[in-house]
Design a protein around this ligand. Structure first.
Ligand code: COA
Length: 258
């Protein structure tokens, strides 16, 4: 248990709350470990009918901690990248997963939503996938799932330009189920989660299984991960991480790589 990821189980709903507000809920390796444990627990704990992912503060998550990316870029990464286990557990989850999103959902903050079965966005939510801006590639099987969900044109634009997609567009494109006023987000997410938790669990899990091909998703994640790790060590990515630390725009000129 770590304070940055709070977990509680009430009325069959396992609520997982990301809470690292001073860093806009940027996710560290330890936090991925806690998230992986929570989502994994839902497979084995019969009391859990639904998982609800939410976050404290004004930002859902700023995505992966960029300083940890920078450390990995120079070979100082962790022994185990828990993000891999978190994503695999999401792909292989059997119970329904809900997400309640306010403010910015950056990188994996957006791509994890593609593994959720019900997504509620606050009016102020913005989905941002700045993988190319960081000289990386998409992860979480999003290179497969996002074009499938919203079409190649929109997905490429989200990846390549990395500009914020407002809640209303995300709803219209089918990334989310509904939008609500920000103060109502938690209550509405809880209401839907508890409603789903009253349904017959065997039917829910079978329905979810029929709707998704977990093996296909894990295969895509593995392919992305191999490229991602290579990209992390590229000169382009190092420049992007350094620019973030120095609070300036990156300069990729002269670093072209194919
Ligand atoms: N990793 C590490 N630290 C992060 C972070 C991240 N992904 N996102 C934000 N932070 C830190 C900032 O460095 C800052 O720390 P400091 O107070 O010690 O300087 C603090 O969180 C607040 O961030 P700030 O940028 O001042 O807040 P903001 O409201 O102006 O902007 C974001 C919020 C999320 C738009 C902006 O921080 C951002 O773009 N972060 C990087 C997102 C990203 O590229 N993630 C990787 C995705 S693959």
């Amino acid at each position: 248990m770590i304070p940055e990821v709070k977990v509680d189980l009430i009325n069959g709903v396992l609520t997982v709350t990301i809470s690292r507000q001073d860093k806009k809920n940027a996710l560290t390796n330890d936090m991925y470990g806690a998230l992986a444990d929570a989502v994994g627990r839902a497979r084995s704990d019969g009391e859990i009918k639904v998982v609800l992912i939410q976050a404290d503060g004004d930002t859902f998550t700023a995505g992966n901690d960029v300083s940890e990316f920078a450390a990995q870029a120079v070979g100082n990464g962790p022994e185990e990248r828990h993000v891999v286990r978190f994503l695999r557990n999401l792909a292989e989850a059997t119970v329904p997963i809900l997400a309640a999103v306010q403010g910015k959902a950056v990188g994996i903050g957006t791509t994890m939503l593609l593994h959720c079965d019900y997504v509620i966005l606050a009016d102020d939510a913005q989905l941002i996938t700045p993988f190319v801006n960081l000289a990386l590639v998409p992860e979480a099987a999003s290179s497969y799932l996002l074009p499938l969900r919203i079409g190649h044109a929109r997905a490429f634009e989200m990846f390549a330009l990395g500009e914020p997609v407002p809640a209303a567009s995300a709803l219209a494109w089918g990334i989310a189920n509904k939008t609500v006023a920000t103060p109502e987000l938690r209550q509405e997410a809880r209401r839907i989660a508890e409603k789903i938790a009253t349904k017959p669990l065997g039917s829910l899990t079978s329905t979810k299984q029929l709707m998704r091909d977990a093996q296909r998703l894990v295969a895509q994640m593995d392919a992305e991960s191999a490229t991602f790790v290579k990209r992390l060590q590229s000169a382009e990515a190092k420049e992007a991480f350094m620019a973030f630390a120095q609070k300036r725009q990156p300069d990729f000129s002269g670093l072209a790589q194919r």
